[in-house]
Design a binder for this molecule. Structure first.
Ligand SMILES: *[C@@H]1O[C@H](CO)[C@@H](O)[C@H](O)[C@H]1NC(C)=O
Length: 378
Protein backbone atom coordinates (compact mmCIF):
# COMPACT_ATOMS: atom_id res chain seq x y z
CA UNK A 1 0.00 0.00 0.00
CA UNK A 2 1.02 3.60 -0.44
CA UNK A 3 2.47 4.04 3.03
CA UNK A 4 5.82 5.58 2.28
CA UNK A 5 8.73 5.94 4.60
CA UNK A 6 8.30 9.73 4.57
CA UNK A 7 4.73 9.41 5.67
CA UNK A 8 5.68 6.89 8.29
CA UNK A 9 8.31 9.18 9.66
CA UNK A 10 5.91 12.09 9.96
CA UNK A 11 3.44 10.07 11.88
CA UNK A 12 6.20 8.81 14.07
CA UNK A 13 7.19 12.37 14.78
CA UNK A 14 3.64 13.27 15.66
CA UNK A 15 3.62 10.35 17.99
CA UNK A 16 6.85 11.41 19.56
CA UNK A 17 5.42 14.86 20.17
CA UNK A 18 2.52 13.32 21.99
CA UNK A 19 4.83 11.00 23.81
CA UNK A 20 6.60 13.93 25.44
CA UNK A 21 3.27 15.17 26.72
CA UNK A 22 2.36 11.82 28.13
CA UNK A 23 5.42 11.21 30.24
CA UNK A 24 3.44 10.73 33.38
CA UNK A 25 1.34 8.04 31.77
CA UNK A 26 4.47 6.54 30.40
CA UNK A 27 5.82 6.19 33.88
CA UNK A 28 2.55 4.76 35.04
CA UNK A 29 2.67 2.11 32.33
CA UNK A 30 6.31 1.39 33.12
CA UNK A 31 5.36 0.42 36.61
CA UNK A 32 2.61 -1.80 35.23
CA UNK A 33 5.07 -3.38 32.85
CA UNK A 34 7.39 -4.27 35.68
CA UNK A 35 4.75 -6.65 37.01
CA UNK A 36 3.86 -4.52 39.99
CA UNK A 37 0.33 -3.52 39.05
CA UNK A 38 -0.93 -1.06 41.58
CA UNK A 39 -4.05 -2.55 43.08
CA UNK A 40 -5.86 0.75 42.91
CA UNK A 41 -9.24 1.52 41.44
CA UNK A 42 -7.45 3.49 38.69
CA UNK A 43 -6.67 0.56 36.41
CA UNK A 44 -5.13 1.70 33.14
CA UNK A 45 -7.29 0.60 30.21
CA UNK A 46 -5.62 -1.91 27.95
CA UNK A 47 -5.94 0.24 24.84
CA UNK A 48 -3.93 2.93 26.62
CA UNK A 49 -1.23 0.43 27.49
CA UNK A 50 -1.17 -0.58 23.86
CA UNK A 51 -0.78 3.02 22.77
CA UNK A 52 1.97 3.62 25.27
CA UNK A 53 3.82 0.57 24.01
CA UNK A 54 3.50 2.01 20.52
CA UNK A 55 4.97 5.27 21.74
CA UNK A 56 7.87 3.47 23.36
CA UNK A 57 8.53 1.50 20.20
CA UNK A 58 8.30 4.71 18.22
CA UNK A 59 10.89 6.48 20.30
CA UNK A 60 13.23 3.54 19.83
CA UNK A 61 12.49 3.53 16.12
CA UNK A 62 13.00 7.28 15.75
CA UNK A 63 16.59 7.05 16.86
CA UNK A 64 17.31 4.89 13.82
CA UNK A 65 14.99 6.22 11.14
CA UNK A 66 16.09 8.57 8.33
CA UNK A 67 14.01 10.52 5.83
CA UNK A 68 13.49 9.02 2.42
CA UNK A 69 11.73 10.36 -0.66
CA UNK A 70 7.98 9.76 -0.89
CA UNK A 71 6.69 7.28 -3.42
CA UNK A 72 5.86 8.82 -6.77
CA UNK A 73 2.42 7.27 -6.80
CA UNK A 74 -0.43 9.36 -5.49
CA UNK A 75 -1.82 7.96 -2.29
CA UNK A 76 -5.00 6.02 -2.74
CA UNK A 77 -5.75 4.24 0.50
CA UNK A 78 -4.94 6.02 3.69
CA UNK A 79 -2.96 3.70 5.91
CA UNK A 80 -5.05 2.34 8.79
CA UNK A 81 -2.30 3.61 11.10
CA UNK A 82 -3.11 7.18 10.12
CA UNK A 83 -6.34 7.15 12.02
CA UNK A 84 -5.01 5.12 14.88
CA UNK A 85 -2.04 7.38 15.31
CA UNK A 86 -3.98 10.59 14.83
CA UNK A 87 -5.89 9.64 17.96
CA UNK A 88 -2.65 10.35 19.76
CA UNK A 89 -1.53 13.40 17.80
CA UNK A 90 -2.58 17.01 18.27
CA UNK A 91 -5.14 16.82 15.47
CA UNK A 92 -8.74 17.83 16.11
CA UNK A 93 -11.33 15.12 15.84
CA UNK A 94 -12.80 16.53 12.61
CA UNK A 95 -9.60 15.51 10.81
CA UNK A 96 -10.68 11.91 11.26
CA UNK A 97 -13.54 12.41 8.85
CA UNK A 98 -11.13 13.28 6.02
CA UNK A 99 -8.41 10.63 6.19
CA UNK A 100 -7.66 10.82 2.46
CA UNK A 101 -7.09 14.56 2.53
CA UNK A 102 -5.10 14.37 5.72
CA UNK A 103 -3.03 11.58 4.28
CA UNK A 104 -2.29 13.57 1.13
CA UNK A 105 -1.41 16.59 3.22
CA UNK A 106 0.96 14.60 5.42
CA UNK A 107 2.58 12.78 2.50
CA UNK A 108 5.76 14.80 2.06
CA UNK A 109 9.49 14.45 2.27
CA UNK A 110 10.80 15.80 5.56
CA UNK A 111 13.51 18.49 5.46
CA UNK A 112 12.92 19.36 1.79
CA UNK A 113 10.43 21.55 -0.10
CA UNK A 114 6.79 20.90 0.80
CA UNK A 115 4.73 19.54 -2.11
CA UNK A 116 2.89 22.32 -3.99
CA UNK A 117 -0.51 22.94 -2.42
CA UNK A 118 -2.16 23.69 -5.74
CA UNK A 119 -5.51 22.25 -4.58
CA UNK A 120 -5.36 24.43 -1.48
CA UNK A 121 -5.59 21.28 0.57
CA UNK A 122 -4.54 22.97 3.80
CA UNK A 123 -7.36 25.47 3.56
CA UNK A 124 -9.86 22.77 2.57
CA UNK A 125 -8.97 20.77 5.67
CA UNK A 126 -9.18 23.84 7.90
CA UNK A 127 -12.59 24.74 6.52
CA UNK A 128 -13.75 21.24 7.37
CA UNK A 129 -12.80 21.81 10.98
CA UNK A 130 -9.43 20.09 10.79
CA UNK A 131 -7.72 22.94 12.57
CA UNK A 132 -5.04 23.25 13.79
CA UNK A 133 -3.41 21.20 11.10
CA UNK A 134 -0.56 18.99 12.23
CA UNK A 135 2.84 20.60 11.85
CA UNK A 136 5.14 19.42 9.09
CA UNK A 137 8.89 19.61 8.79
CA UNK A 138 9.23 20.87 5.24
CA UNK A 139 9.91 24.26 3.61
CA UNK A 140 6.88 26.04 2.19
CA UNK A 141 7.52 27.59 -1.20
CA UNK A 142 8.18 31.32 -1.43
CA UNK A 143 7.65 33.78 -4.30
CA UNK A 144 10.38 33.81 -6.95
CA UNK A 145 11.44 37.36 -6.17
CA UNK A 146 10.73 39.65 -3.27
CA UNK A 147 10.96 43.45 -3.37
CA UNK A 148 13.71 44.97 -1.24
CA UNK A 149 11.25 47.30 0.46
CA UNK A 150 7.59 47.01 1.38
CA UNK A 151 5.08 49.86 1.67
CA UNK A 152 4.40 51.05 5.22
CA UNK A 153 1.08 52.64 4.25
CA UNK A 154 -1.70 50.03 4.34
CA UNK A 155 -3.52 51.95 1.59
CA UNK A 156 -0.52 52.22 -0.74
CA UNK A 157 -1.48 52.04 -4.39
CA UNK A 158 0.41 49.63 -6.64
CA UNK A 159 1.08 47.02 -3.99
CA UNK A 160 3.85 44.70 -5.21
CA UNK A 161 2.21 41.53 -6.55
CA UNK A 162 5.57 39.77 -6.48
CA UNK A 163 5.39 39.36 -2.69
CA UNK A 164 2.64 36.80 -3.14
CA UNK A 165 2.80 33.19 -4.21
CA UNK A 166 -0.02 33.13 -6.77
CA UNK A 167 0.35 29.43 -7.52
CA UNK A 168 -3.04 28.39 -6.14
CA UNK A 169 -5.07 31.34 -7.44
CA UNK A 170 -6.50 31.80 -10.90
CA UNK A 171 -5.38 35.45 -10.90
CA UNK A 172 -1.66 36.06 -10.90
CA UNK A 173 -1.61 39.70 -9.79
CA UNK A 174 -3.71 42.40 -8.08
CA UNK A 175 -4.86 44.01 -11.34
CA UNK A 176 -6.48 40.75 -12.35
CA UNK A 177 -8.30 40.47 -8.99
CA UNK A 178 -9.52 44.05 -9.22
CA UNK A 179 -10.80 43.53 -12.75
CA UNK A 180 -12.61 40.42 -11.58
CA UNK A 181 -14.38 42.33 -8.82
CA UNK A 182 -13.47 45.77 -7.53
CA UNK A 183 -15.06 45.02 -4.17
CA UNK A 184 -12.97 41.98 -3.16
CA UNK A 185 -10.85 44.27 -1.00
CA UNK A 186 -7.68 44.40 -3.09
CA UNK A 187 -8.27 47.82 -4.66
CA UNK A 188 -6.84 50.38 -2.26
CA UNK A 189 -8.54 53.26 -4.06
CA UNK A 190 -11.86 51.80 -2.91
CA UNK A 191 -10.68 50.46 0.44
CA UNK A 192 -9.34 53.84 1.57
CA UNK A 193 -12.86 55.27 1.70
CA UNK A 194 -14.56 52.33 3.42
CA UNK A 195 -15.72 52.82 7.04
CA UNK A 196 -15.51 56.59 6.62
CA UNK A 197 -18.91 57.60 5.23
CA UNK A 198 -22.50 57.44 6.40
CA UNK A 199 -24.84 56.55 3.56
CA UNK A 200 -27.45 54.56 5.43
CA UNK A 201 -28.42 53.64 8.96
CA UNK A 202 -26.46 50.41 8.54
CA UNK A 203 -23.21 52.37 8.46
CA UNK A 204 -21.14 52.99 11.54
CA UNK A 205 -18.27 55.22 10.44
CA UNK A 206 -15.08 54.75 12.44
CA UNK A 207 -15.13 58.39 13.55
CA UNK A 208 -18.52 57.73 15.14
CA UNK A 209 -17.30 54.51 16.74
CA UNK A 210 -14.36 56.39 18.27
CA UNK A 211 -16.73 59.13 19.45
CA UNK A 212 -19.03 56.59 21.11
CA UNK A 213 -16.08 55.05 22.97
CA UNK A 214 -14.97 58.49 24.12
CA UNK A 215 -18.38 59.49 25.44
CA UNK A 216 -18.63 56.18 27.26
CA UNK A 217 -15.15 56.65 28.69
CA UNK A 218 -14.38 53.26 27.17
CA UNK A 219 -10.89 53.11 25.74
CA UNK A 220 -10.44 51.42 22.37
CA UNK A 221 -6.99 49.86 21.97
CA UNK A 222 -7.39 46.24 20.86
CA UNK A 223 -9.91 44.64 18.54
CA UNK A 224 -10.62 41.52 16.52
CA UNK A 225 -12.19 41.74 13.09
CA UNK A 226 -13.90 38.42 12.38
CA UNK A 227 -13.96 37.44 8.71
CA UNK A 228 -12.30 40.74 7.91
CA UNK A 229 -11.33 40.09 4.27
CA UNK A 230 -8.18 42.01 3.39
CA UNK A 231 -7.97 43.84 6.72
CA UNK A 232 -9.36 47.20 5.67
CA UNK A 233 -10.97 47.82 9.06
CA UNK A 234 -7.63 47.11 10.74
CA UNK A 235 -5.91 49.40 8.24
CA UNK A 236 -8.19 52.32 9.11
CA UNK A 237 -7.98 51.66 12.85
CA UNK A 238 -4.20 51.76 12.64
CA UNK A 239 -4.38 55.50 12.03
CA UNK A 240 -6.27 55.79 15.33
CA UNK A 241 -3.52 53.77 17.04
CA UNK A 242 -5.89 50.84 17.59
CA UNK A 243 -4.45 47.36 17.02
CA UNK A 244 -6.81 45.07 15.15
CA UNK A 245 -6.24 41.38 14.45
CA UNK A 246 -8.13 40.15 11.41
CA UNK A 247 -9.32 36.57 11.00
CA UNK A 248 -9.63 35.62 7.36
CA UNK A 249 -9.50 32.66 5.01
CA UNK A 250 -8.02 32.56 1.51
CA UNK A 251 -11.16 31.71 -0.43
CA UNK A 252 -9.99 32.02 -4.01
CA UNK A 253 -7.76 35.02 -3.33
CA UNK A 254 -4.73 35.85 -1.15
CA UNK A 255 -6.55 37.61 1.69
CA UNK A 256 -4.04 36.65 4.38
CA UNK A 257 -1.10 37.74 2.25
CA UNK A 258 -2.79 41.06 1.48
CA UNK A 259 -3.30 41.78 5.19
CA UNK A 260 0.35 41.00 5.88
CA UNK A 261 1.44 43.14 2.95
CA UNK A 262 -0.39 46.04 4.59
CA UNK A 263 1.67 45.52 7.74
CA UNK A 264 -1.33 44.18 9.66
CA UNK A 265 -1.93 40.91 11.48
CA UNK A 266 -3.74 38.11 9.63
CA UNK A 267 -5.10 35.16 11.59
CA UNK A 268 -5.79 32.20 9.32
CA UNK A 269 -8.64 30.75 11.36
CA UNK A 270 -12.08 29.60 10.25
CA UNK A 271 -15.28 30.90 11.84
CA UNK A 272 -15.86 27.72 13.82
CA UNK A 273 -12.49 28.06 15.55
CA UNK A 274 -12.21 29.27 19.15
CA UNK A 275 -10.38 32.59 19.10
CA UNK A 276 -6.74 31.98 20.01
CA UNK A 277 -7.04 34.91 22.39
CA UNK A 278 -7.37 34.98 26.14
CA UNK A 279 -10.54 35.80 28.09
CA UNK A 280 -11.55 39.41 28.60
CA UNK A 281 -8.65 41.06 26.83
CA UNK A 282 -10.09 42.90 23.82
CA UNK A 283 -12.10 46.12 23.66
CA UNK A 284 -14.02 45.42 20.47
CA UNK A 285 -15.04 42.49 18.27
CA UNK A 286 -16.41 43.29 14.85
CA UNK A 287 -18.18 40.65 12.76
CA UNK A 288 -18.44 41.58 9.11
CA UNK A 289 -21.09 40.07 6.89
CA UNK A 290 -19.14 36.79 6.65
CA UNK A 291 -21.10 36.14 9.84
CA UNK A 292 -24.59 35.62 8.51
CA UNK A 293 -27.46 33.18 8.26
CA UNK A 294 -25.38 30.64 6.32
CA UNK A 295 -23.75 29.65 9.60
CA UNK A 296 -25.77 27.02 11.47
CA UNK A 297 -27.53 28.63 14.44
CA UNK A 298 -25.80 26.46 17.03
CA UNK A 299 -22.39 27.31 15.59
CA UNK A 300 -23.40 30.97 15.63
CA UNK A 301 -24.38 30.73 19.27
CA UNK A 302 -20.98 29.28 20.16
CA UNK A 303 -19.34 32.04 18.13
CA UNK A 304 -21.26 34.76 20.02
CA UNK A 305 -20.31 33.28 23.38
CA UNK A 306 -16.68 33.12 22.30
CA UNK A 307 -16.93 36.80 21.37
CA UNK A 308 -18.24 37.40 24.88
CA UNK A 309 -15.37 35.42 26.34
CA UNK A 310 -12.66 37.53 24.71
CA UNK A 311 -14.38 40.88 25.32
CA UNK A 312 -13.55 42.78 28.48
CA UNK A 313 -16.34 44.18 30.61
CA UNK A 314 -17.69 47.30 28.90
CA UNK A 315 -16.22 46.18 25.56
CA UNK A 316 -18.22 46.36 22.35
CA UNK A 317 -19.59 43.76 19.96
CA UNK A 318 -20.28 45.16 16.52
CA UNK A 319 -22.36 43.13 14.10
CA UNK A 320 -21.76 44.89 10.82
CA UNK A 321 -24.36 44.08 8.17
CA UNK A 322 -25.34 40.72 9.59
CA UNK A 323 -27.98 39.29 7.27
CA UNK A 324 -30.75 36.77 7.69
CA UNK A 325 -34.35 36.28 6.66
CA UNK A 326 -36.48 39.00 8.19
CA UNK A 327 -38.62 36.50 10.09
CA UNK A 328 -35.52 34.72 11.45
CA UNK A 329 -34.12 37.97 12.79
CA UNK A 330 -37.19 38.34 14.97
CA UNK A 331 -37.63 34.69 15.81
CA UNK A 332 -34.06 33.34 16.06
CA UNK A 333 -31.20 35.80 15.89
CA UNK A 334 -32.76 38.69 17.82
CA UNK A 335 -33.41 36.48 20.88
CA UNK A 336 -29.96 34.86 20.48
CA UNK A 337 -28.30 38.28 20.68
CA UNK A 338 -30.64 39.37 23.47
CA UNK A 339 -29.53 36.42 25.61
CA UNK A 340 -26.03 37.93 25.85
CA UNK A 341 -27.51 40.66 28.00
CA UNK A 342 -25.65 43.46 26.21
CA UNK A 343 -26.74 47.07 26.10
CA UNK A 344 -27.93 48.18 22.65
CA UNK A 345 -25.92 51.21 21.61
CA UNK A 346 -27.06 50.93 18.01
CA UNK A 347 -29.63 48.65 16.37
CA UNK A 348 -30.45 49.34 12.75
CA UNK A 349 -32.14 47.06 10.25
CA UNK A 350 -32.85 47.51 6.56
CA UNK A 351 -33.99 45.35 3.69
CA UNK A 352 -31.25 43.60 1.76
CA UNK A 353 -32.05 44.71 -1.74
CA UNK A 354 -29.74 42.63 -3.91
CA UNK A 355 -31.23 39.78 -5.94
CA UNK A 356 -30.72 37.03 -3.32
CA UNK A 357 -31.90 39.40 -0.59
CA UNK A 358 -35.12 40.13 -2.44
CA UNK A 359 -35.65 36.49 -3.33
CA UNK A 360 -35.22 35.28 0.25
CA UNK A 361 -36.77 38.20 2.09
CA UNK A 362 -33.49 39.01 3.77
CA UNK A 363 -32.68 41.94 6.03
CA UNK A 364 -29.45 43.48 7.27
CA UNK A 365 -28.76 44.22 10.89
CA UNK A 366 -26.04 46.53 12.12
CA UNK A 367 -25.80 46.45 15.89
CA UNK A 368 -23.34 47.91 18.36
CA UNK A 369 -23.70 46.19 21.69
CA UNK A 370 -21.91 46.82 24.94
CA UNK A 371 -20.94 43.98 27.25
CA UNK A 372 -21.94 44.54 30.88
CA UNK A 373 -19.13 45.67 33.17
CA UNK A 374 -19.81 42.85 35.59
CA UNK A 375 -21.93 39.73 35.67
CA UNK A 376 -23.31 38.27 38.80
CA UNK A 377 -23.15 34.50 38.99
CA UNK A 378 -26.49 32.77 38.93
C1 LIG B 1 -1.05 57.84 17.39
O1 LIG B 1 0.18 57.72 18.05
C2 LIG B 1 1.16 58.65 17.59
C3 LIG B 1 2.46 58.34 18.30
O2 LIG B 1 2.29 58.20 19.65
C4 LIG B 1 0.65 60.07 17.85
O3 LIG B 1 1.59 61.02 17.38
C5 LIG B 1 -0.68 60.29 17.15
O4 LIG B 1 -1.22 61.55 17.46
C6 LIG B 1 -1.67 59.21 17.56
N1 LIG B 1 -2.87 59.32 16.74
C7 LIG B 1 -4.10 59.33 17.24
C8 LIG B 1 -5.21 59.47 16.27
O5 LIG B 1 -4.31 59.22 18.42
Amino acid sequence: MGFTMGMGLNLLLLLAMVATNMLSLYHLSSSLQSHTPAPTSQQVPSHLIHQLNTIRATINHLTRVHPSPPSSTTPTTPPPDLLLLSHLSPIPSSCHHYPHMLYTYMNYTPFSLCPPDSDNLAESLILRGCHPLPRRRCFSSTPQKFPSSLPSNPFALNLPSSTINWEKYSCKNFDCLNKLNTYLGFDNKIESSRFTGYKSELDLPISQLIQISKTQNSILRLAIDVGGGTGTFAAHMKSYNVTVITTTMNLGAPYNEMIALRGLIPLHTPLQQRFPIFDGVVDLVRCGHAVNRWIPVTVMEFLFYDVDRVLRGGGHFWLDRFFSKGSDLERVYGPLIQKLGYRKVKWATADKTDSSGLKNGEVYLTALLQKPMTRSSI
